[in-house]
Design a protein around this ligand. Structure first.
Ligand SMILES: NC(=O)NCCC(=O)O
Ligand SMILES: [Zn+2]
Ligand SMILES: [Zn+2]
Length: 472
């Protein structure tokens, strides 16, 4: 069925203009003035912005972590994402040492099977480098279209990899045009500081922040950037939280290095004081890296504005307060790390960024969609509105005022870390490849509709016709 969007204001990373969009066979077919097609269903976008669907490059659906499993799976998590204006997620596929990489990808395919309501892709964790892993990486890229690899520099004895692993992953990524992602915190120092805190009887949630100071993030970010330079490779630093890390990324970029940075809505609007809430409520705000002193918020906004950070990921890693976060009552190191943000990423950035004149409308689109599509091999199929692009479209009312709450959100968790926050703007209707997923704020999609996306390599574009990959 064809669809026609009329009367809206189209906003891409480059332009803002009024035009009609004709959608046919999952794609944007024509964008133009006064298009006529009597067969097309009309969608009236009067008063709305028409955005390309959001791309969330950082989610953890149904992921085992901290002695439990994240609450949102590919069904509940993507429904929430869609309500929030996101039409593509890139989830982190964890690997197991000694097992083939492909077996982990198969495990993630099992998790997502018949569940996602929007399109999705995976980044793959590299936890060790050996001959088998080196042989498998090009196959994973070629056959699975998984073209970004994540190395954890923290979570000692759990997910943390050593510097040799990071360095050899960077070299391998350079060879095969893949992008290396890092969780940049010095896990060894954190391990020492957390043990010391517990020995001294410091067990409250705030000690999660005090044992992971900004210096350990800055140090690891700088180390990763320097190893990237040595390997002449490319790096994407996830969830950047503080001045110390921003400075390292900015310095690397000034030198011309291919170093990219992501931050998350939580670091832009919350601060470390939330972790001091009494009666263990601070446990709701435990994730890594931790929330920082409030002064870092303006530093992150400025870094986004200046292009030192380029993307917004949600780092959606949702645990219930009751039964899950509570595992760490009396020992902050046992609080599962993570928070629920996939639904609020887009609106928080619009409300706090665009409405408060910190960023422009076009910069907003770039940060929540286009830049991730470009970095992760999905552009121009995703991340923009242009003839031939997937019709992943968000009709967004910029004037609705609402209050974020667990009572109204769609994420499968018993609390909202943003409870009570007032935001302006809301996705009204969301299309994924031309089909309604959310219509007039109601979910109308189907589990299993979302497709797994094989992505192009770093620096390449995803061109569907002709079926070739072209270098930028
Ligand atoms: N961020 C967090 O605390 N949990 C998810 C895993 C990660 O991204 O480090
Ligand atoms: Zn992380
Ligand atoms: Zn994460």
């Amino acid at each position: 069925m064809k669809k026609m969007i009329k009367n809206g204001t189209i906003v891409t990373a480059a332009d803002t203009y009024r035009a009609d969009i004709l959608i046919e066979n999952e794609k944007v077919k024509i964008i133009g003035d006064e298009i006529r097609d009597d067969e097309a269903e009309m969608i009236d976008a009067e008063g709305c912005y028409v955005f390309p669907g959001g791309i969330d490059p950082h989610t953890h659906m149904e992921m085992p972590f901290g002695g439990t499993v994240t609450k949102d799976d590919f069904e509940t998590g993507t429904i929430a994402a869609a309500h929030g204006g996101t039409t593509t997620i890139i989830d982190f596929c964890l690997t197991e040492k000694g097992k083939p990489l492909k077996s982990s990808i198969q495990k993630w395919h099992q998790k997502s099977k018949d569940k996602a309501v929007i399109d999705f892709a995976y980044h793959l964790q590299i936890s060790e480098i050996n001959e088998d892993v080196l042989k498998e990486i090009p196959l994973v890229i070629e056959e699975e279209g998984v073209t970004s690899f994540k190395v954890f520099m923290a979570y000692k004895n759990v997910l943390q990899a050593d510097d040799e692993t990071l360095f050899r992953t960077l070299i391998t990524a350079k060879k095969h045009d893949a992008l290396v992602m890092v969780h940049a915190e010095n896990g060894d120092v954190i391990d020492y500081l957390t043990k010391k805190a517990l020995e001294e009887g410091n067990t409250e949630p705030i000690y999660h922040a005090l044992t992971r100071p900004p210096e350990v993030e800055g140090e690891a970010t700088g180390r990763a950037a320097k190893l990237t330079a040595l390997a002449d490779s490319q790096l994407y630093v996830v969830h950047v939280t503080c001045k110390e890390a921003v400075e390292q990324i900015a310095e690397a970029r000034k030198k011309g290095l291919r170093v990219w940075g992501e931050t998350c809505p939580q670091y832009l609007v919350l601060d470390q004081s939330y972790m001091e809430k009494p009666d263990f409520e601070g446990g709701k705000y435990v994730w890594s890296p931790p929330l920082r002193d409030k002064s870092n918020q303006e530093i992150l906004w400025n870094a986004l504005k200046r292009g030192e950070l380029q993307t917004i990921g949600s780092d959606h890693c949702a645990f219930d307060f009751y039964g899950q976060k509570e595992l760490g009552k009396g020992d902050f190191t046992k609080i599962p790390n993570g928070g629920p943000f996939v639904e609020d990423r887009f609106s928080v950035l619009f409300s706090e960024g665009v409405k408060k004149s910190r960023i422009s409308l076009n910069e907003f689109v770039n940060m929540v969609s286009t830049q991730a599509a470009k970095l992760f091999g999905l552009f121009p199929q995703k991340g923009t509105l242009a003839p031939g692009s997937d019709a992943d479209i968000v009709l967004f009312d910029p004037n609705i005022e609402r209050t974020i709450s667990q009572k109204t959100h769609h994420m499968n968790v018993d609390y909202s870390a943003l409870e009570g926050m007032k935001v302006t703007g809301q996705p009204i209707t969301v299309l994924s490849r031309g089909e309604y997923v959310v219509k007039d704020r109601q979910f109308v999609g189907s589990p299993g509709y979302g497709k797994f996306l094989k992505r192009a390599r770093y620096g390449m574009q995803r061109i569907e016709k002709p079926e070739s990959m072209l270098r930028n």
